[in-house]
Every structure is written in C-alpha cells, then in structure tokens.
Write a protein that binds this ligand. Structure first.
Ligand code: IMP
Ligand code: MG
Length: 171
C-alpha cells in the first residue's frame, strides 16, 4: 500500500474540485438532460461522486474498452468489451474518464460515439497528464492536471489494485 507521504491529491481537495465541476456542468446544461457515460472501471469512483452533486436531470450508462495486445497501451487499437445499454441518438452525452494520458482511448470512444448521432458529446476527465498526449484531444471539464507520474487511487489502478483508495497517490 502506498503511504501518506505518497499522496498527490487528498480527499478534501478532490471533493472541492468535484463539486466545482458539477456546478460548471449544471450551468452549461441548464434546461437539458444529461447522459453520463462512465468508462469502466477507472471512472466509477469519480462518476459516483460527481453525479451526486449534479442537479440537472441525468441518466448514467457505462462502456468498457480494452486496447489490443500489451497492457502498456500505445497502439490506439481499442476494442469494446462492454457496450452502452441504450442508444445515445439525440442525447446530450458526457463521457466520464478517470485520466487522459495518451488520449488514444478517449479519441476512440468519442469517434465511435459520434457515429451514433448524439446531440452533443463532451468529456469530463478527473485527471489530465498532458505531457503524455499522443493525440490532440482535450477534456471539456477536468479535475486536476498532473505531471508525468503513474498514480493510483480514486478509481485508478495499478494491476487492478488500489482503486478503492480515497486519495490520489503516486507510486
Ligand atoms: P490513454 O488512452 O493513454 O489516454 O489511457 C487512459 C487510460 O490509461 C486511463 O483510463 C487509465 O486506465 C490508464 N492510465 C493512464 N495513466 C494512468 C495512471 O497514472 N494511473 C492509472 N491508470 C492510468
Ligand atoms: Mg481506465
């Protein structure tokens, strides 16, 4: 387990930022209805926290993707493991991600969703590591910009471990 000295972002700071993001989304979507799509599994904790501060009428769905080949992803070849339960045609979609790293995963998902004719697509990412970006893609809302360190906690894993930790740690 990573120790307290390895905390990069603590739970109090996380909570404040999540509430700020929810407020910004509510302002932008006034009078509309949102479909939040969480990218499994990393976005689960952030999505669960975020939607509880959202006052706009909302629904949630999930998608799970996996990159082909080695676990160190860089190919950009992504495969859908679990697709959305329902159509997003005509919906205001917000994709919820834990972190944008190379950007390949989100690019694939956003391109795939665009073909399904939603009214709009936006991206909310809890973390952003711009130093590692391979593709020109930006979040519309983001929690924290972090340096090029591998982090865990608050949904993010190392080999499926540490997702349950309430703070963000670097390891
Ligand atoms: P991308 O396609 O490179 O942007 O990959 C994003 C995905 O890589 C995220 O959804 C995470 O699952 C994973 N990832 C990237 N950086 C980290 C990290 O620092 N900790 C844990 N997972 C990460
Ligand atoms: Mg992930």
């Amino acid at each position: 387990m990573p120790g307290k000295e390895n905390i990069l972002i603590g739970r109090t700071e996380i909570n404040t930022r999540v509430r700020e993001i929810a407020r910004a989304i509510d302002e932008d979507y006034r009078g509309k209805e949102i479909l939040f799509v969480g990218v499994l599994k990393g976005a689960v904790v952030f999505l669960a926290d975020l939607i509880r501060y959202i006052q706009t009428p909302s629904e949630i769905d999930f998608i799970a993707v996996s990159s082909y080949g080695a676990s160190t992803k860089s190919s950009g070849v992504v495969r859908i493991i679990k697709d959305l339960d329902r159509s997003i045609e005509g919906r205001e979609v917000i994709i919820v991600e834990d972190i944008i790293d190379t950007g390949l995963t989100l690019k694939f998902i956003a391109d795939n969703f665009r073909q399904r004719r939603p009214l709009s697509i936006k991206i909310v990412a809890f973390l952003d590591k711009p130093a590692r970006r391979l593709i020109d893609i930006e979040a519309d809302y983001r929690g924290f910009v972090i340096p090029d360190h591998f982090v865990v906690g608050y949904g993010l894993d190392y080999n499926e471990k540490y997702r349950h930790l309430p703070d963000i740690y670097f390891i």
